[in-house]
Write a protein that binds this ligand. Structure first.
Ligand code: MIC
Ligand code: SF4
Length: 638
């Protein structure tokens, strides 16, 4: 029986455990990446661990999320990260260099290597044949300190691609189609592995668009083989020596298979307010568009932006549309400037903004009230754009560009326009945005701590009896954007949990933090796929700060579940999902003999308000039990 590519790489990196789905393993982590909005916590934690030498082959700290610098806070965070990076032998990518995932793909990703990133879209690296996983900041700090990462062995889903995409249909439509089939929780506990002759027709950046948005499936990661297209990409980036050929064995056995005929796909969109709310552009019809935003780690590659420039060339943006473009990296922007494509965009009436996450995380460019915004991004959760009543549609760069001209949602195929082939180019090596550390051992560079950088909250060891008041009864698919909103107003406070905690769950329940403070010891009840989306551990740290002891839901998203455990908060799952209905705000809950109960497969929760008893599934590994008993990962290491 042959092996999948994912398991081959995991096997090569196995430090502990065996590759059996559901078992816990520890793997060697070759590389890590951080970005600034999760990075401040990562480096505070790394400092707290007091390590002499980081154990990874390469670690990079990118600055790409908080680049507005509306006050001193963002710039202080950048300076803090730069100083700790310097101390610990971590490469520092200055603001303006571009978006972490695009930059990592261009400059550092290597087929067959493992990468852990404090950002949920780290699986972008799967486009190069890496096992690239998104995780909470503490796990990334640990990976730097120890060179390893522990995870539950995922199942492997095979997406078998045949055929070739038609013009106006692109990689974004492939992943939107997969999201339509598998949904935002369909990938939980799974790796999505792409195979089939259709793979050959997709470039590395196409593949990276697909693996990037695999995060929206809830998957642990997604991966493509490493083949002649990979060599071509690495050669264009000036590093052909990093190429190795990699693929699954021809007789590899998968847990599930989804067949996709690329030639049958049409332009698609994810309608408001979920990445799996998919429809064809044709069905959506000619809705009037107010804003078009092109960029983000999903669709900001050179080829994507060259296609956009070709569509815009000689045309005029519709008078009612604001088109903003944020290139993925400095290399891409400089190429667009050199070859005239940037002028084509500007002359058509596009607004060019910084190479950064920008509007994707609500850092500027919020659309007007009630706007329809077409975005080439990966998430369209309600309010994420910064405008609570905006309708955000996720589309391909081709659909975005043509719609910016027509002013209505437009299917490029129906438009009858021809799309030119984009020629590949070689990029010049440029590391002028990179600050190199002096060495890989800890040096004595002083840590620069601005006044907004506060210590992260720490939990205490689990007590014998846990009593908690229900402070929230939430629905399905709660995102970490719901739990800890992020926009230009709040992102500057990512290193200040006491302040940030005041805004916890703000968008769905403005009384939440006040209620927690009054209750003292709190419990959250939720539905399916609780904590989907971002890897931000702030969605666990703010509840920790507010006194949340456990979260009892129908099911969890992977990264958030880990972040809760890392913070010493118990993630519990209803044994009987219909019990969910019994709970409401103010119920007093009690877990007796908690220290022993957490070691069991299930736990009994008494509801002192209605007098009933409920069973919750724990499913904790030995490492997780230890963290919960100690009150979080840092305590458990100490
Ligand atoms: C996102 O796209 O939601 C973010 C912002 O990149 C997050 C990280 C964060 O919250 O800082 C992610 O995807 O992990
Ligand atoms: Fe940045 Fe958006 Fe990508 Fe998150 S999804 S890393 S905010 S570009």
């Amino acid at each position: 029986m042959g092996n999948t590519l994912a398991y081959k790489i995991l096997e090569n990196h196995l430090v502990e455990g065996s590759l059996i789905p559901g078992a816990e393993i520890t793997i060697k982590m070759d590389q890590t990446l951080t970005q600034d909005s999760t990075g401040t916590m990562v480096y505070l934690q790394l400092e707290a661990m007091d390590v002499d030498k980081i154990k990874t082959e390469l670690s990079v700290a990118y600055i790409d999320h908080n680049t507005l610098q509306t006050g001193f806070e963002n710039a202080d965070d950048h300076a803090f990260i730069k100083s700790v990076a310097q101390r610990h032998g971590v490469l520092f990518s200055k603001p303006g260099n571009g978006i972490c995932h695009q930059l990592h793909l261009e400059n550092y990703g290597k087929p067959g290597k493992t990468l852990l990133g404090s950002d949920s879209h780290t699986p972008t690296g799967g486009g190069l044949g890496m096992i690239a996983i998104g995780a909470g900041g503490l796990d990334v700090a640990m990976a730097m300190a120890k060179g390893t990462y522990s995870l539950t062995v995922p199942k492997v889903v095979n997406v078998e691609l045949t055929g070739k995409l038609r013009p106006w249909v692109s990689a974004k439509d492939v992943i939107l189609h997969v999201l339509d089939k598998l949904t935002v929780k369909g990938g939980v506990g799974k790796i999505v592995e792409y195979t089939g002759e259709g793979v050959k027709s997709l470039s590395v950046t196409d593949r990276a668009t697909i693996t990037n948005m695999g995060a929206e499936l809830g998957a642990t990661t997604s991966i493509f083989p490493s083949d002649e297209n990979t060599l071509k990409y690495l050669t264009e980036q000036g590093r052909p020596q990093d190429y190795v050929e990699l693929s699954a064995d021809p007789d590899a056995v998968y847990d599930e298979t989804l067949k996709v005929d690329l030639s049958k796909l049409t332009p698609l969109a994810a309608k408001p307010h979920s990445p799996d709310n998919i429809d064809t552009i044709k069905n959506i019809g000619s809705i009037k568009v107010d804003q078009v935003a092109i960029g983000s780690c999903t669709n900001s590659s050179y080829t994507d932006l060259m296609k956009v420039a070709a569509i815009l060339k000689g045309k005029k943006i519709h008078p009612d549309v604001s088109l903003v473009i944020s290139p993925g990296s400095s290399k891409i922007l400089s190429k667009l400037a050199e070859n005239g494509a940037l002028a084509d965009m500007i002359n058509a009436g596009a607004r060019i903004i910084e190479n950064a996450c920008g509007p994707c995380i609500g850092m500027g460019q919020s659309p007007k009230s009630g706007a329809v915004s077409l975005r080439t991004f990966n998430r369209n959760f309600k309010g994420r754009s910064g405008t609570i009543d905006a309708d955000v549609y996720l589309v391909s760069p081709e659909t975005a560009a043509i719609s910016a001209i027509t002013g209505v949602v437009t299917d490029g195929i129906e438009s009858g326009e021809t799309l030119p082939e984009i020629e590949a180019v070689d990029f010049n090596f440029n590391d002028n945005f990179i600050v190199y550390p002096k060495g890989t051992s800890k040096d004595n560079t002083p840590v620069e701590m601005g006044p907004n950088i506060k210590p992260f909250p720490r939990n205490t060891a689990l007590g014998d009896t846990v009593e908690a008041t229900v402070v929230l009864h939430a629905g399905n698919n709660i995102t970490t954007d719901d739990i800890m909103p992020s926009d230009s107003r709040l992102l500057p406070y990512r290193s200040n949990i006491p302040y940030l905690a005041n805004f916890c769950f703000e968008k769905i329940d403005s009384e939440f933090s006040a209620r927690c403070k009054e209750a003292g010891s709190c419990a959250i009840i939720g539905g399916e796929n609780y904590g989907q989306g971002s890897s931000r551990e702030h969605a666990a740290l703010a509840p920790l700060y507010l006194g949340v002891k456990f979260v009892l839901v129908k099911s969890f998203a992977r990264i958030h579940r880990s972040n809760l455990i890392n913070s010493g908060i118990m993630p519990l799952v209803f044994e009987n999902p219909s019990d969910y209905e019994d709970f409401s705000l103010g119920h007093k809950l009690m877990i007796e003999d908690a220290k022993n109960q957490v070691r069991n497969a299930t736990i009994t929760i008494k509801d002192l308000t209605n007098g009933k008893e409920y069973t919750a599934v724990t499913n904790f590994s030995d490492l997780e039990i230890d963290m919960i008993l100690c009150g979080g990962k840092i305590n458990s290491i100490k």
